[in-house]
Write a protein that binds this ligand. Structure first.
Ligand SMILES: [Fe+2]
Length: 141
């Protein structure tokens, strides 16, 4: 089971919380792999959630990066697009072949690896952004 640690922080609370939700998804996939029994319904539900949540999360993150003039803004966008395509590819594969153990294990390993690398290499550049986090009006004096 993958545990989120402080070393994965982006310094942006909402984004860290969203990353935790993504890791939770992968832990759910891992549970299917560990159980060693096909569970198409559960895997399809996880992939549907992952698809819609990633659209939301990536969009949110891209806006934050643009606002803070983060150096990895365009690199981040490109990586997100590639990941969304990967989700589509796996969804198609499941539609054709079913959620076989091999496919689910492949999804689990490749996507979890992608997410960890992505956070460390790209999302954590939030920590070096020149602009301070945007403070909502309600929190201003
Ligand atoms: Fe990102």
């Amino acid at each position: 089971m993958f545990e989120w640690k402080e070393e994965y922080t982006t310094g942006m609370k909402e984004i860290d919380e969203q990353h935790k939700i993504l890791f939770k998804c992968f832990n759910e996939l891992e549970a299917v792999v560990v159980a060693g029994q096909r569970n198409d319904e559960k895997v399809i539900a996880i992939m549907e959630f992952l698809d819609s949540f990633c659209h939301f999360h990536f969009g949110f993150e891209e806006i934050c990066m643009a606002e803070r003039k983060c150096s990895s803004e365009s690199e981040n966008k490109g990586a997100h697009e590639a990941f969304l395509k990967l989700i589509d590819t796996y969804k198609e594969k499941i539609k054709k072949e079913g959620a076989t153990e091999d496919i689910v294990e492949d999804i689990y390993i490749s996507m979890l690896t992608w997410l960890r690398n992505h956070i460390i290499k790209i999302d954590q550049r939030f920590l070096e952004c020149p602009n301070p986090p945007v403070v909502p009006d309600v929190l201003k004096d």
